[in-house]
Design a protein around this ligand. Structure first.
Ligand code: PLP
Length: 367
């Protein structure tokens, strides 16, 4: 069987790159501009920094080529998700949201879109799914693997049911990354993601994007972005594009670390609820193996209680206590502290790019 990851390194390094021109740098450069010099008559060139920017276009071209559609970059993952919701949903529409996905997507709909009188239907990612759950919906937002529980759902099957109802499907692909899963190839209409996580990958950028399968939707989203002003800074877009070049390398090391940590935690008496969709024994593995191209470095497990987590983290020398994932540094987040409806001892561990031997030794010592 051919390696599904083959070509990922080349695609990441060259995604969104410009033709070779003598005297021009190899990579894209940040263009920091508010107004641009104007032509005498509108000629489609850049005129103002909220409407367009060449550094965004380079990043969007890279992400679009990996996601299989047309990308629109935003100032954060939530800027992308909220822009999608505002653009797609109208008064009285039905929206299906993951009950166990990123919590702000739900609270944005409930607290900031309440005037639309939406019918909000929350469904756990692991289902059980049926056509009834998407009946009459305008938009179905999936998040697979879900954050933080790492459950998965069958994108192709749910999309088929949703499309039969005339619903649009968006997949939050933050945890999977564009190398791990291509929702648009599985039939979805939109991929949304927080590029703050693995895509930028160095814990120094907040950014997001939507990729639309359909160019008309991309144009509508871009118009909404210009009007709402949820635009990325050019410097952040440039940093994310720079980070994207090593996504394949970083994900490979992170997945290697996750597999090693999973093996070490599997037999440990202090650990319960160990989850990693990449493990053959994980309940999410059958669907994940079917629709994902590779697995990342995020695993979830549960220790006895909150003090046990605090003791574990304070004894570790390599794990940063931090609330993000997908970065170079291994980090861990006790999700209950943010109000996720999970056990107080549940920890989301994001394996970084350290050496597997060092990481496993540190975790054994800390446990
Ligand atoms: C972090 C995250 C978001 C929000 O992204 P920001 O860049 O922090 O706004 C959305 N969805 C998922 C799955 C996330 O992990």
């Amino acid at each position: 069987m051919s390696n599904p990851q083959r070509g990922d390194g080349t695609r990441c390094v060259h995604a969104g790159s410009a033709p070779a021109v003598p005297g021009v740098p190899l990579g894209p450069q940040p263009v920091l501009a508010a107004p641009y010099h104007l032509a005498h008559y509108a000629d489609g060139s850049d005129f103002y920094g909220r409407a367009s920017n060449p550094t965004w276009r380079a990043l969007e071209s890279a992400l679009g080529s990996l996601d299989g559609g047309e990308s629109v970059a935003y100032s954060s993952g939530m800027a992308a998700i909220s822009s999608l919701l505002r653009t797609v949903l109208g008064a009285g529409d039905t929206v299906v949201l993951p009950s166990d996905g990123y919590y702000l997507a739900r609270s944005y709909v409930r607290e900031h879109m309440s005037a639309l009188g939406l019918d909000v239907r929350e469904v756990p990612t692991a289902g059980p799914w049926s056509p009834d759950l998407v009946r009459g919906a305008r938009l179905v937002l999936l998040e697979t693997p879900s954050n933080p529980g790492l459950d998965v759902c069958d994108i192709a099957e749910i999309t088929e049911w949703a499309h039969a109802e005339g619903a649009l499907v968006a997949v939050d692909n933050t945890t999977a990354t564009p190398l791990g899963q291509v929702p648009i190839e599985l039939g979805a209409d939109f991929t949304v993601a927080s590029d703050t996580k693995a895509v930028a990958g160095h814990s120094d950028v907040v950014l997001g994007h939507i990729t639309a399968a359909d160019a008309d939707w991309a144009a509508r989203l871009r118009a909404e972005r210009t009007a709402s002003g949820a635009v990325p800074g050019p410097f952040e877009a440039w940093l994310a594009h720079r980070g994207l070049g090593t996504l394949d390398l970083r994900l490979s090391r992170q997945a290697e670390n996750a597999a090693a940590v999973y093996r070490a935690l599997r037999e440990h008496p202090a650990v319960t609820g160990l989850r990693w969709p990449g493990a053959a024994a994980d309940p999410a593995h059958p669907i994940a193996a079917r629709q994902m191209r590779r697995f990342g470095g995020v695993i979830t497990f549960t220790l006895h209680n909150a003090p046990a987590v605090e003791a574990f983290l304070s004894r570790s020398t390599l794990i940063a206590s931090a609330t993000s994932f997908g970065g170079l540094h291994t980090s861990a987040d006790r999700r209950a502290r943010w109000g996720d409806a999970v056990s107080p001892g549940l920890l989301r561990l994001s394996c970084g790019c350290e050496d597997p031997e060092d990481l496993v030794a540190d975790i054994r010592k800390a446990l």
